[in-house]
Design a binder for this molecule. Structure first.
Ligand SMILES: CC(C)(COP(=O)(O)OP(=O)(O)OC[C@H]1O[C@@H](n2cnc3c(N)ncnc32)[C@H](O)[C@@H]1OP(=O)(O)O)[C@@H](O)C(=O)NCCC(=O)NCCS
Length: 162
């Protein structure tokens, strides 16, 4: 079984590879998904470095014999200014390598993130799942999450107003 621990710089290569798998998986599910930037590896490396350094971020990996086979990135953040103050956890990404899928590693990562968010004073936790990601939706429901908001999407023609 994998060990859940906080990530360090040595995990960045594995995290970038997992992140590329996550993007490819989502592009395969839905052509509307954002295209990966040409310098996506560098951008995600910088973002994950920030997560290692900043106190309001969480970067966890599932370590199997020294190799990160899954990761979770989360942020603890305040409610929008006009709303009553409330800290919430927000999971931006969680991905498990296909070779290790369905072995409860994702569940272990989410449980560890929930403990961390709670320790930071967060009262709830949210995340966004793609509408066509049936596996992801089953995963979140199994972990006690329920739909809360819906994101609406409409394609625009760029620069047609002038
Ligand atoms: C979604 C994901 C993180 C789940 O991680 P995992 O370690 O494979 O999931 P777990 O083993 O903890 O599974 C927990 C529950 O999720 C659901 N689940 C997991 N894999 C599933 C699959 N292939 N099909 C249907 N349901 C599935 C089941 O309800 C499962 O409970 P069960 O074991 O009693 O059947 C992983 O499959 C993944 O990385 N998917 C691609 C990236 C992605 O979609 N990330 C989430 C973005 S929102």
């Amino acid at each position: 079984m994998a060990t859940i621990r906080e990530a360090d710089e040595h995990d960045l290569r594995a995290i970038i590879s997992l992140w590329n798998g996550l993007i490819a998986y989502h592009c395969g599910l839905d052509g509307r998904f954002w295209e990966r930037a040409a310098d996506g590896d560098e951008k995600i490396r910088l973002w994950m470095m920030e997560a290692i350094e900043k106190a309001d971020r969480l970067l966890l990996v599932a370590d199997q014999e020294g190799v990160a086979v899954a990761f979770l990135h989360g942020i603890v953040r305040n409610s929008p200014t006009p709303m009553a103050p409330r800290l919430s956890g927000y999971i931006t990404d969680v991905v498990v390598s296909e070779e290790r899928a369905h072995q409860r590693i994702g569940t272990a990562l989410v449980a560890a993130a929930e403990r961390w968010f709670s320790d930071q004073g967060a009262e709830d936790v949210t995340m966004t799942v793609a509408v066509h990601n049936q596996r992801g939706k089953a995963f979140w429901r199994k972990n006690g999450f329920e739909p809360w908001t819906e994101t609406m999407h409409k394609r625009l023609k760029v620069g047609t107003s002038s």
